[in-house]
Design a protein around this ligand. Structure first.
Ligand code: ZN
Length: 74
């Protein structure tokens, strides 16, 4: 059984964009809950670091809300 990935803060070294995401296998949506390129400037090498407890928790709640909104919009 794979361990879940911890909440991760993605940040762009070029323009300063950053977002904390909670990667879960069922909700990995490129450009929404996961980013491989910066959505602001298109820089492809985002820095990743493990989020601290609080920002991870906040991100998880935000992410659930975003997904809920997305489902609701259909
Ligand atoms: Zn950027």
């Amino acid at each position: 059984m794979p361990l879940p990935m911890p909440p991760t803060t993605l940040s762009c070294p070029k323009c300063g964009w950053h977002k904390t995401v909670v990667p879960k296998s069922d909700v990995l949506i490129e450009g929404h809950t996961w980013f491989t390129v910066c959505p602001q400037c298109g820089h492809a090498e985002l820095e990743r670091k493990e989020a601290n407890g609080l920002s991870g928790l906040v991100a998880e709640v935000q992410q659930r809300f975003e997904i809920w909104q997305k489902k609701r919009a259909k």
